[in-house]
Design a binder for this molecule. Structure first.
Ligand code: PHE
Ligand code: ZN
Length: 888
């Protein structure tokens, strides 16, 4: 047997190795003396031996880079022979059999913490990030989600530098101290795992409001931001109050503390964090005003504010037993925020947004070397599992359960879940059992959805019997082998459907099949047929309506049938999917063609473009939906759909040809529509107005292509009274006329207008990073030297480097591999101070095997260069080894 010669394989954590801890830790008193370069944490832990633990069994706590000052047991300093201390571990060798307290003092340097995990300083604000394993960077602890403790936290800081001191729960006491210092004591009565601990200290301004619960209790709401920015938190506050009300109305979930605080910080690795009673946010999901935030920024604020709030029940009151169960809180909470956004906005458009993200991001993950089950069975670094699969596919699994049970039964089972498991750390089995018990159905096959990685492929074949008026569909499902499992089993797949008649209305049908319930076909076998009778003519079958399962569907329909559905289906998602499949096929046919010149569009492209133009003009349809139909699949999506031998330059060229074709088709119609739908009222972030802007701006793109001059974009930029339009203008200028004077002028103007607004400047960096062409790399290099660029700010890094790698295929995939080498160097540099951020960037290389040979070789070499680095973080080491591992 030969062994893999990878230098340092990190240990793997395995689901089946789960064991409860030897001791419980019911209460924690934590004192934090906040000082930028020398902070101190004094943790007094109540420790109780668990029933199954033998007396004297060692107590082993987690640490990460900790500097221990002292440790005392029941108030008495411990002799150095009674414990082992290392930066990553504290062992009490022979602890008492009876309950005792352990007092641990550690010394921290928050100012030097650039990893943004544990206690760190962001722009002069002390804050913490503990999920998943950041608490162990503050003190030694059982830093795992199944150890629940009641926390009392005392914060001490300089009063002038940190007038605001916050922690979880309710405020108990505040006071002044000698030397210009002060303190605050917070108590959280709800037992919680350490990852939900948080504290904040800084000079912050609060936007204050309140919410009165259905029980009549008045909750104090605060959003803390940097001084002067409170007005920019108004939309976040409004979203928060709507989220409170929605969770009461939809799930009967009421808030459970006197106060709910949100703090916005500018350096944050992720979107936001649901710490109990003290959510900490990446400020991009809090701050907005019409001048500097786009419509999608507003929508994202609403969504993320709700998401974090919803975690109060799905995540905090009921938490995860271990990190393998991450989807228990994340998938469910994403499902809840999707439903919330649907209710606040347009349900069909929200579903399109969510499925676009699912198919664009999660399907790509599932198709590549990072594929993993929604509930992974093993991990080397948990930070690498905050993925689209856990979040978005996880949400789809909950959605399928709701589809299978129907809304009332789904809600009843959710109530059972909340009642049964409140205050517990649970598993997916606990969750699913509630649906089984409440509905009386068998969910054992459904569990496969949590266990098998990869996107199922469903193919449909149709047979219509004219004489008998019957239609038979034969469905087959398959799932490619992935690292964790080669032999996949069939899963239950609910397919919402309708049979569309010639007039566009759904036809009535009969069926004796028990696997058809209402409008849902339930495919449970590898191959299964369903028969419908009583049909007066041959229908156009519309399958997977509402994207009712996270599968790839090959509809088995002809192009003609799909064209018909694109303009007639009553289900908006399937109208869109029908159109999308046609456009994608045409573009891939062109891109994959053997011709050496410009890719030629296949002849059916004209009819497809005509259908798009027809949809654009359809008055009954929401503008936002029409905007969706007018936007072509991104280059990345097309690469994914092509699957192998991808040449990004050819995809770009094919896409440009289709854009020109459509621009010509709409030459007379689009400008009229654009004038009609342009927003004339003063700006409001409401969905209806946002939809009109999205529609008008995509029409502007086609008009600009048809006109062949930058005038339309320049006018859009200059006349804008909001960021959506201004950014649309800037992007069009950069994409179509990068060298034009108008473009340089707009870039300079933007910098003058927004130079002191970091979130707006992120857009400026991103817009330049995504314009096309191999010479972009030079622009990127230059921008890394811009006075406002910093490798320490994750938002800025993602705006420039992430946007380039993810949304500028013609630049990133230069055939000479220079941009791959650039990204590899950036990753290695960032990895030294922020492994999480570095590992995220590495994800942009997950598609390397799909590229044509030259680029594939270049990217593989760049990956090997990273893998060869001796001091890789666990985060990057884990991802790079999975990317390079032989394909399953
Ligand atoms: N739990 C956060 C959320 O999804 C995400 C997060 C994970 C934030 C890890 C920080 C660190 O709501
Ligand atoms: Zn979440």
């Amino acid at each position: 047997m030969t062994h893999n010669t990878a230098p340092q394989q990190p240990p793997l954590y395995r689901l089946e190795e789960y064991r409860p801890t030897a001791y419980a830790l019911p209460a924690v008193r934590l004192e934090l003396d906040l000082r930028p370069a020398a902070a101190r944490a004094t943790a007094e832990l109540d420790i109780v031996r668990r029933p199954g633990t033998r007396a004297g069994a060692p107590l082993v706590l987690d640490g990460d880079g900790l500097r221990l000052v002292s440790v005392a047991l029941n108030g008495k300093a411990l002799d150095h022979r009674a414990f082992h201390a290392a930066p990553e571990r504290l062992e009490i060798i022979n602890p008492p059999a009876e309950p005792f307290t352990l007092t641990i003092i550690t010394e921290l340097n928050p100012a030097a913490n650039r990893a943004l995990m544990g206690l760190y300083c962001s722009n002069g604000i002390f804050c913490t990030q503990c999920e998943a394993e950041g608490f162990r960077r503050i003190t030694y602890f059982y830093d795992r989600p199944d150890v629940l403790s009641v926390y009392t936290v005392r914060l001490e800081a300089d009063k002038a530098a940190c007038p605001v001191l916050l922690a979880n729960g309710n405020r108990q006491e505040t006071g002044d101290l000698p030397g210009g210092r002060h303190f605050a004591v917070w108590h959280d009565p709800h037992p919680k795992p350490s990852y939900l601990f948080a504290c904040v200290g800084g000079a912050l301004e609060a936007l204050e409001d309140s919410f009165t619960t259905q029980e009549g209790k008045k909750i104090e709401l605060n959003i803390y931001v940097e001084p002067g920015k409170a007005a920019r938190a108004l939309y976040a506050m409004d979203s928060l109050k709507r989220a409170f009300a929605w969770d009461e109305a939809q799930f009967g979930r009421v808030y459970d503390l006197d106060i709910f605080n949100i703090v916005a910080v500018s350096d944050f690795n992720m979107g936001a964090m649901e710490n109990k009673g003290l959510n900490i946010f990446n400020d991009k999901y809090v701050l907005a005003d019409p001048q500097s935030a786009t419509d999608s920024d507003y929508a994202n604020i609403e969504r993320v504010i709700a998401h974090e709030y919803f975690h109060n029940w799905t995540g905090n009151r009921i938490t995860c037993r271990d990190w393998f169960q991450l989807c228990l809180k994340e998938g469910l909470t994403v499902y809840r925020d999707q439903e919330f956004s649907g209710d606040m906005r347009s349900r069909p458009v929200q579903r399109l947004i969510d499925t676009a993200f699912l198919t664009g991001t999660q399907f790509a993950e599932d198709a590549g070397p990072l594929a993993h089950p929604v509930r992974p069975r093993q991990y080397a670094e948990i930070n690498n599992f905050y993925t689209a699969t856990v979040y978005e596919k996880g949400a789809e699994l909950v959605r399928m359960i709701a589809t299978l049970l129907g809304e009332p039964a789904f809600k009843a089972a959710m109530t059972l879940y909340f009642d049964r498991h409140d205050g517990q750390a649970c598993t997916i089995e606990d969750f699913i059992q509630c649906f089984a018990d409440s509905s009386g159905r068998d969910f054992s096959q459904f569990m496969l959805w949590y266990e098998q990685a990869g996107t199922p492929l469903v193919t449909a074949a149709w047979a219509y019997d004219e004489a008998g008026g019957s239609l038979t569909v034969t469905l087959e499902q398959s799932l490619r082998p992935t690292a964790e499992c080669r032999d996949k089993r069939p899963m239950p797949i609910p397919l919402r459907f309708g049979l569309v008649g010639p007039d566009g209305a759904d036809m009535a049908y009969k069926t004796a099949d028990k696997a058809v319930q209402g409008n849902v076909l339930l495919l449970t076998q590898a191959k299964q047929s369903f028969c419908f009778t009583g049909l007066s003519s041959r229908p156009a079958p519309s399958l997977l309506r509402g994207f009712s399962a996270p599968v790839r569907l090959v509809t088995g329909l002809t192009a003609k049938e799909r064209l018909f559905l694109a303009v007639s289906d009553s289900d908006p998602v399937n109208r869109y999917q029908a159109l999308r499949s046609l456009v994608t096929e045409a573009l891939i046919t062109a891109a994959a063609g053997k011709d050496s010149g410009a890719p030629a569009l296949p002849p059916e492209s004209a009819a497809i473009a005509a259908a798009v133009a027809q949809i654009a003009a359809e008055e009954r349809l929401e503008p936002a939906f029409r905007a969706f139909c007018l936007s072509l699949p991104s280059e990345a999506e097309l690469a994914e759909a092509q699957g192998s031998n991808v040449n990004p330059d050819r995809i770009f060229a094919a896409r440009q040809s289709f854009l020109r074709l459509l621009a010509t088709k709409g030459q007379t119609g689009f400008p009229v529509l654009r004038r009609h739908y342009r927003v004339k009222d003063t700006f409001s972030p409401i969905a209806a107005q946002a939809g009109r802007r999205a529609f008008a701006n995509i029409l502007a793109e086609y008009s600009l292509i048809a006109a062949g001059s930058p005038a339309i974009a320049a006018a859009l930029y200059e006349k804008a009274d909001n960021m959506t339009d201004r950014l649309a203008g800037l992007r069009l200028l950069l994409h179509y006329f990068p060298a034009a004077a108008a473009t340089q002028q707009a870039l300079a103007d933007f910098e003058t207008r927004f130079g002191d607004n970091a979130l707006a400047m992120d857009k400026w960096f991103a817009a330049q990073a995504t314009a096309a062409g191999p010479e972009r790399l030079e622009t990127i290099r230059q921008l890394t030297r811009h006075r406002l660029f910093s490798y320490d700010n994750p938002n800025r890094v993602r705006a420039l480097i992430g946007s380039f790698a993810g949304q500028c295929p013609t630049g990133f995939h230069r055939p000479d591999g220079a941009a791959y080498r650039f990204l590899a160097a950036v990753i290695l540099q960032i990895d030294r101070h922020n492994p999480q951020l570095a590992a995220r960037l590495l994800g942009f290389m997950q598609g390397w095997r799909r590229l044509e040979p030259q680029r594939r070789g270049q990217m593989q070499a760049a990956l090997q260069h990273i893998a060869a680095e001796s001091a890789l973080s666990r985060d990057v080491g884990d991802i790079v080894s999975r990317l390079l591992a032989p394909a399953a």
